[in-house]
Design a protein around this ligand. Structure first.
Ligand code: HEC
Ligand code: HEC
Length: 477
């Protein structure tokens, strides 16, 4: 094994050591993991990343994968639609209400608040809670499947390739496969979700809901001219269809690629892009701590740190005091993938979270059970301790009721996390440093995304109030 890695290292990174006779030797590894030399870790990590086909160039490949440049007028139309409450039948919510730039396009809350909200996006958002946290849309262009149970799926395993079909739960089924990209297909769904954007008053099926949203949008003169600028067929006199609206939103999401993190620079050859602790944490992440058994980068994972499979992590159940979506079991559980497949063997399974830019998230896991990244990492290392000692004190007041039961969940916890891992505090802090810093693209910082908020939107409806700089939880490592 060592020979193979050395060979890979020399082929790929020999240039770093040119002129040095020691290039053929494996740098000295001391026996104590806490005192591994930096040269050794560089050698190990560079070779390991190469073996995993992680080249730090996924961001550059966007246009190649898309097969064309970004269509600027379409992306701009998509941005306005993303922020405009006109696409909610209730008129009070937009995509940005749950995927706010002030939270790096994540949820500002542990569990999303959809219709009947108070217009605020951030910790001050109030209204009935739904069931899960909105994950970020940043980099979602590279995900082969979407949602916490991966229920929206490119059957080719490539979101840019609709040839195998895009599978959605009924009633949509495979009917959205005509869209060029999985995100275009996804944009058909939030507007028909009653708890998110549609509300409970409108009478009609999904198609009727979309037709009504489209009717309202097309009624706005500015939108009509923007659709003509964005789509040739419309300019040539063709009618505006929901497909166009969805494709415009997807085009905006294509511009939300932020995948040039320190780890990408490091693997491209800048050894100073990571600190010693981040490198040591990276080694643990990919080796002893086995994080990369699930948070994978190779192949269809597109260097996103997820296998896009669902596992039982036994995250504490968080139940809203005031919600508008029924929970499972006695009313205080989320059965995860089972909701979609109906199989009890899928109970409590949730998709492995992609980890890029995770440091910019206000809360963690499918239900925001943790407000500190360090707790989300520690959950994996000693699930019993974390679940049994869990308190939801740090969450929004509306989520502080008694948590759902956990014994059945712990019984099913996946083998990989069912055993506590024996790591020193220093090692744990290094893993946290790796996840928090090496994977964070500075351009995904909420401050860098602020300029995407439009001052006004074509419908004339109020743009939400995005809280910036509000107090977040104090987190210790
Ligand atoms: C009420 C809050 C809410 C609104 C409004 C909303 N979303 Fe979401 N979004 C969510 C939640 C919650 C999930 C995860 C749901 C699940 O997995 O069951 C999600 C998931 C997604 C995902 C999948 C991300 C991933 O990691 O798989 C994308 C993409 C997305 N939303 C885009 C949009 C777009 C585009 C709009 C507007 C048309 C929108 N959302 C409106 C809450 C919202
Ligand atoms: C068995 C597969 C598996 C392994 C091994 C694993 N994870 Fe996870 N990880 C998951 C799943 C699944 C989730 C989401 C669980 C949920 O929300 O219910 C997750 C969530 C996370 C999150 C929270 C991200 C977010 O968006 O909220 C972090 C951080 C994380 N993992 C880091 C790690 C680290 C560090 C390791 C190694 C110590 C690791 N994971 C090992 C499957 C795994």
């Amino acid at each position: 094994m060592i020979e193979i890695r050395t060979a890979v290292f020399i082929a790929g990174f020999g240039v770093l050591l040119t002129g040095c006779d020691d290039a053929l030797l494996r740098p000295d590894a001391s026996t104590e993991p806490e005192t591994l030399s930096e040269a050794y870790i560089d050698w190990w990590l560079q070779a390991d990343l190469k073996e995993r086909e992680f080249d730090g160039r996924i961001e550059e490949r966007l246009l190649e994968r898309l097969g064309r440049p970004i269509h600027q007028a379409r992306a701009e139309l998509g941005r306005l639609l993303f922020f405009d409450p006109i696409i909610s039948l209730t008129g009070d919510n937009s995509c940005s209400g749950c995927h706010g730039p002030n939270s790096a396009f994540n949820d500002g809350n542990s569990i999303a608040i959809g219709v009947q909200n108070n217009g605020v996006v951030g910790l001050g958002r109030r209204g009935p809670h739904n069931q899960r946290r909105a994950p970020t849309v940043v980099n979602a262009v590279f995900y082969p499947s979407l949602m916490w149970d991966s229920r929206f799926e490119a059957l080719s395993l490539d979101p840019f390739d609709n040839s195998g079909g895009f599978a959605f739960p009924d009633p949509e089924g495979l009917s959205l496969s005509g869209m060029d990209h999985l995100l275009g297909a996804q944009a058909f769904t939030p507007v028909v979700a009653r708890v998110e954007m549609a509300g409970f008053e409108f009478v009609g099926d999904h198609d009727a809901m979309r037709a009504e949203v489209l009717r309202r949008v097309v009624d706005v003169v500015q939108y009509r001219s923007r659709f003509a600028d964005a789509f040739e067929v419309i300019e040539a006199g063709g009618e505006i269809r929901y497909e166009h609206l969805a494709a415009a939103i997807a085009e905006f999401e294509f511009t939300l690629v932020r995948a040039d993190a320190p780890l990408d620079r490091y693997v491209r050859g800048d050894l100073s892009a990571l600190s010693y602790d981040e490198k040591a944490g990276g080694r643990l992440f990919f080796d002893e701590a086995m994080c990369a058994e699930c948070h994978i980068v190779r192949g269809y994972a597109n260097q996103m740190f997820s296998d896009f499979e669902a596992h039982v992590l036994a995250v504490p159940q968080v139940v809203p005091a005031f919600g508008n979506k029924p929970f499972d079991g006695a009313g205080d559980e989320d059965y995860g993938l089972e909701q979609h497949t109906g199989r009890s063997s899928d109970r409590y399974k949730f998709r492995t979270s992609p980890l890029r830019n995770v440091a910019y998230q206000p809360t963690f896991m499918h239900n925001g059970a943790y407000v500190c990244l360090s707790e989300a990492v520690r959950h994996h290392l000693n699930v019993y301790k974390m679940v049994e000692g869990y308190s939801q004190e740090a969450l929004d007041v509306g989520l502080q009721g008694s948590p759902g039961p956990y014994a059945a969940m712990l019984d099913r916890a996946t083998g990989l996390i069912a055993q506590p891992q024996i790591l020193s505090e220093l090692e744990i802090s290094q893993i946290i440093a790796f996840v928090a810093k090496s994977l964070a693209d500075p351009d995904a910082h909420p401050d860098q995304l602020r300029s995407l908020i439009p001052l006004s939107v074509p419908s004339g409806l109020p743009v939400h109030e995005f809280e910036y700089g509000e107090a977040r939880a104090e987190c210790s490592i």
